[in-house]
Design a protein. Structure first.
Length: 281
């Protein structure tokens, strides 16, 4: 689709380098918490860029884990970051000469990782191991509005605003045939729609955690429930593919039914599934 809102106050985007392979996103986890067959958020862009690192990361083989060079984190909550320390431990002895895995996140998110995770108490400080000069992990700050260029395919990735209980972002993977957006965890968020104005939105992976009966929890924890998500989706053109992520275990049938009752005609949504591969534009 073409741009669907006015031009944004977008940052300068680095010139696109030739992209030799069509981008794919493999859904490793898209659940709002754990249970059998429910893995928390992790998406693999191509084979070397992880977007969030929830329990879905554990479905990658060791060889696949070894190919990961970048991790983009949406925020500091455990269900999105716990794969990072475990990934580091799994690959540390086999990555020598490859350089650190680069972890990209807001400064506030990185501060939480440094203080509460890689503190040699909850987990070893893998930003200094196996050698301080050649660690397995390095931490890199990003900012909303920035466009990164990451991975062997030099994918252009825009940092989007999210509105959650801790500082949070979403990400857009910019492609020549359309853009893929992952909102991260967010409640209603006018700034997101403002940021999407200049994008050529093709696929929207948007969160919804709770059914309508838990609306109060959704409000307190800054997540969507069907009524709030339906209001947000009213501004998304029908041709955009909308994929739901982060539904709490056991809630999907209710969420889908309640959402269907609130969406306008022509607005289809699909529940994202772990194991699914998305072809990006
Ligand atoms: N006020 C609350 N009442 C009940 N559960 C909450 C509350 N705040 C946060 N949570 C839960 O804690 C979880 C932390 O991760 P999430 O934000 O994915 O989802 C959150 C909710 O499931």
């Amino acid at each position: 689709m073409s741009n669907f809102l006015a031009q944004p106050a977008a940052p300068v985007v680095p010139a696109a380098l030739p992209e030799t392979r069509p981008a794919t996103v493999r859904v490793l986890g898209c659940s709002g918490s754990i249970a059998r067959d429910c893995r928390t958020t992790a998406f693999l862009l191509d084979d070397d860029v992880l977007i969030d690192a929830g329990t879905g990361v554990g479905d990658l083989s060791l060889d696949e884990l070894l190919r990961v060079d970048h991790v983009l984190l949406s925020h500091s909550h455990l269900d999105h970051v716990l794969g990072v320390p475990l990934l580091a431990d799994s690959v540390l002895r086999r990555r020598q000469g490859r350089g650190p895995i680069q972890v990209h996140a807001l400064p506030q998110t990185l501060a939480v990782l440094r203080q509460h995770l890689f503190n040699d108490l909850l987990w070893p400080d893998f930003t200094r191991l196996p050698q301080p000069a050649q660690p397995v992990l390095s931490l890199h700050e990003l900012a909303v509005g920035q466009t990164l260029e990451l991975g062997a395919q030099r994918r252009r990735i825009r940092v989007l605003p999210a509105r959650h209980t801790v500082p949070a972002v979403g990400y857009a993977v910019l492609g020549t045939g359309g853009d893929f957006v992952y909102t991260g965890d967010t409640g209603p968020n006018p700034a997101l729609w403002e940021a999407l104005r200049g994008l050529n939105l093709r696929q929207l992976v948007i969160e919804i955690a709770f059914s309508e009966g838990d609306r109060a929890i959704a409000t307190d924890s800054l997540h969507h429930c069907p009524s709030t998500l339906a209001a947000e989706l009213a501004q998304v053109p029908g041709e955009v593919e909308v994929l739901l992520t982060h539904v709490k275990p056991g809630e999907m049938p209710t969420v889908l039914a309640e959402l269907a009752a609130r969406l306008g005609p022509g607005r289809a949504v699909t529940a994202l599934r772990a194991g699914q591969r998305l072809n990006l534009g």
